[in-house]
Write a protein that binds this ligand. Structure first.
Ligand code: NAP
Ligand code: MG
Length: 523
C-alpha cells in the first residue's frame, strides 16, 4: 500500500463517519449481517505465533438480550500456552521491533480498510454479543478504525527526527524504541474500540502483544485478530489469549518477561495490577510499565443560566447511552436550586420516552446490561438508592429472558450517598441538588474519580472557572459528557480514574516507547 517514498502522503487523519440506522439500505444490510452472524461457525481458537490452538476449556459468549443464544465458544489459554505465547512474542519482537515504521503501519492501515469492508458484520457481532444498539455498535467500530488510522500516523511521527540541540563536533539524535512484550487487558464495554486501540498502539510502536480479551466480548476480539492476520501482520506480533481474568490475569501480570501492562477496566482490578506489577520477580530485568485506565463517577452540571431543555437531553443521553455502561457515563446530574424542579421534570419526561428492548431492532434506544452478575449488582444499587434518595422513574428489572433494566433516575440524592459515589455501571443516574454554582463545583469534585464532566451554562465567567476547577480528564461544555472522538478529545482520567493515558492523543504512543539518545563524535 505505502512504501518509504510515499508514506508521507497518507492524507491527514479524519474521524470515521457513522452509519445512519434510519436509511433503508443500511437497515437491510444490517439485518442481513445480524442473520449472517447468527448462522456463523461459533468456534474460536487461541492464536500464538500465527498458529491456532483449541483447548477443552471454553468461554461461552452469549447474547445478553437472550442468554440462551450462544454467539461463540472461545478456547481458553492455560499457563503452558501463555508461556508459549511469551516465547513466540519475543521471537517476533526481534524482527518486528526493527522494522521501519512505514512497514509496521501498513498492516494496521490495511486492517482499518478491512474493518470498513466488514462493518456490518462487526457491528452485528457487537449488537449480538454485547447488547449494543446499532448506533452504539457502529460508533464503537468507527472508533476502532479511528485508532488504527490515528496511531499509524503517530507511529510515523515518532519514527521521524526528534529535535535535539546539536553541539560542535558531535552528531546527536534521539530515537524512540519499543519496550518489548506487553500484556493488553481491555474491558468488554468498548469491545472493539478500546480492545483494538490498546492492542494496535502497543504493536504499532514496535512491541509484541499478548492480548487477553474481556470474557464478555471474546468473539469481536477474535474477529479483530483474524483481520490483523488477513492484513499481513507478521505472526507473533499480536497473540490472542482469551481466559478469565481472575484465573490467568495474575500470571500474565507477574510474569518476569512481561515488560508492560496496558489495562482498561475497573478500579479494583487496576489497583491490583498496579500492586502486582510493582513487585520484582526473579529473573525480571526491568521495572514494568503500567498503563491503567479505570472507572468514573462522571457528572453533568446544570446552572441557572443553562438551556435547560438541551441540558436535560444531554444528561439523559450521557446517563443512558449503552445502558449507562460507559466509563464516561453521566451517573451524577448536579443541578442548582433555581432550576432544579424544572430540570428533574424534563429528565423524567425524556427518560420515560426512551425505548428499551432487543437491540437487533434499531428502534430500541437501550438494550440489556451485559450479564446476570451486572444485573444483580445494578438492581442491588437500585435498592440502595431507594433508601438513600427519591426514585423519580424506572427502578425495575424488565421481566423476560434478557438482562433488561428500566432507565432509572433518582433525585434528591445526597452528594455523599453511595449511589452518588460508587460506580454502578448501569442505567442508573443520581440527580443532586446544589445550593449554587460554587456548591455544584464542590459536589462535582467530591468523588475519588476524575474522568469526565460536563457543564451546561451560558455564563462565560463560570465556563472559565469550571475549566480551572472541575478536576476531570475530559471536560465538556454545553454538550454531553460521553462520546469522545479519537484525535479530537484525547481520553483519560485523573485520580482513581487512572493514569490519564489520553488514548487517541499525541502522548499515547509514548507510553509504549522509550527514548534512546545517541551521540557520535565527528572524527
Ligand atoms: P474489569 O472487571 O476490571 O475487567 C477488565 C479486564 O480485566 C477484563 O479483561 C478482565 O477479564 C480482566 N481482569 C479481571 N480480573 C483480572 C486480574 N486479576 N488480573 C488481570 N486482569 C483481570 O472491568 P470490566 O467490567 O470489563 O469493565 C468495566 C470497567 O472498565 C468500569 O469500571 C469502567 O469504568 C472501566 N472503563 C474505563 C475506561 C477508561 O478509559 N477509563 C474505559 C472503559 C471502561 P475477565 O473479563 O475475564 O474478567
Ligand atoms: Mg455476552
Amino acid at each position: 500500500m505505502f512504501d518509504e517514498t510515499d508514506f508521507f502522503i497518507i492524507p491527514p487523519f479524519k474521524n470515521e463517519v457513522y452509519i445512519d440506522p434510519t436509511d433503508d439500505c443500511t437497515r437491510s444490510k444490517m439485518k442481513e449481517a445480524i442473520a449472517m452472524v447468527r448462522s456463523q461457525g461459533k468456534e474460536y481458537d487461541l492464536l500464538i505465533g500465527g498458529r491456532h490452538y483449541s483447548t477443552e476449556k471454553r468461554i461461552i459468549s452469549t447474547n445478553p438480550a437472550d442468554p440462551d443464544e450462544i454467539i461463540g465458544r472461545v478456547s481458553k489459554a492455560n499457563k503452558e500456552l501463555l508461556n508459549r505465547a511469551m516465547e513466540s512474542a519475543y521471537d517476533a519482537f526481534r524482527s518486528w521491533s526493527r522494522l521501519p515504521a512505514h512497514e509496521r503501519v501498513r498492516p494496521f492501515l490495511k486492517a482499518a480498510q478491512i474493518m470498513r469492508d466488514k462493518r456490518f458484520e462487526l457491528d452485528a457481532t457487537m449488537i449480538l454479543e454485547e447488547g449494543k444498539s446499532w448506533i452504539e455498535a457502529d460508533a464503537d467500530l468507527a472508533e476502532a478504525i479511528d485508532f488504527l488510522e490515528f496511531y499509524s500516523r503517530e507511529a510515523l511521527r515518532y519514527a521521524g527526527p526528534q529535535p535535539v540541540v546539536q553541539i560542535p563536533g558531535e552528531v546527536n539524535e534521539l530515537k524512540y524504541i519499543p519496550l518489548g512484550v506487553g500484556v493488553v487487558i481491555p474491558p468488554w464495554n468498548f469491545p472493539s474500540a478500546i480492545m483494538a486501540g490498546m492492542t494496535s498502539a502497543a504493536a504499532i510502536s514496535g512491541n509484541c502483544v499478548l492480548l487477553k480479551p474481556a470474557s464478555d466480548s471474546p468473539v469481536i476480539a477474535a474477529k479483530f485478530v483474524e483481520i490483523l492476520g488477513e492484513a499481513g501482520l507478521p505472526d507473533g506480533v499480536v497473540n490472542f489469549l482469551p481466559g478469565s481474568g481472575s484465573e490467568i490475569g495474575d500470571y500474565l501480570v507477574e510474569h518476569p518477561l512481561t515488560r508492560f501492562i496496558s489495562f482498561t477496566g475497573s478500579k479494583e482490578v487496576g489497583l491490583r495490577i498496579n500492586e502486582l506489577a510493582a513487585k520484582h520477580q526473579e529473573g525480571q530485568k526491568w521495572i514494568k510499565r503500567v498503563v491503567l485506565e479505570m472507572g468514573g463517577k462522571d457528572c453533568v452540571v446544570v446552572d441557572e443560566t443553562a438551556d435547560i431543555e438541551a441540558a436535560s437531553s444531554g444528561a439523559v443521553s450521557s446517563a443512558f447511552g449503552f445502558q449507562g455502561q460507559k466509563c464516561s457515563a453521566g451517573s451524577r446530574i448536579i443541578v442548582v436550586e433555581n432550576v432544579y424542579d424544572e430540570t428533574v421534570r424534563l429528565i423524567k419526561e425524556k427518560t420515560e420516552a426512551l425505548t428499551v428492548g432487543d437491540p437487533t431492532d434499531p428502534d430500541n434506544y437501550m438494550g440489556p446490561v451485559i450479564n446476570e452478575a451486572a444485573m444483580t449488582k445494578i438492581m442491588n444499587y437500585i435498592d440502595i438508592g431507594k433508601k438513600e434518595a427519591r426514585l423519580v422513574t424506572g427502578g425495575n428489572h424488565i421481566q423476560g429472558k434478557g438482562y433488561f433494566i428500566e432507565p432509572t433516575v433518582f433525585a434528591d440524592v445526597p452528594p455523599e450517598a453511595r449511589i452518588a459515589q460508587e460506580e454502578i455501571f448501569g442505567p442508573v443516574t443520581a440527580i443532586i441538588k446544589a445550593r449554587d454554582f460554587d456548591h455544584a463545583i464542590e459536589i462535582a469534585n467530591g468523588t475519588e474519580y476524575g474522568l469526565t464532566g460536563a457543564l451546561y451554562s451560558r455564563e462565560r465567567d463560570r465556563i472559565e472557572r469550571a475549566k480551572a476547577e472541575i478536576h476531570v480528564g475530559n471536560l465538556y461544555f454545553n454538550r454531553k459528557c460521553t462520546g469522545a472522538l479519537v484525535g479530537v478529545q484525547p481520553f483519560g482520567g485523573f485520580n482513581m480514574s487512572g493514569t490519564d493515558s489520553k488514548a487517541g492523543g499525541r502522548d499515547y504512543l509514548l507510553l509504549f516507547l522509550q527514548a534512546k539518545s545517541i551521540s557520535e563524535k565527528i572524527l
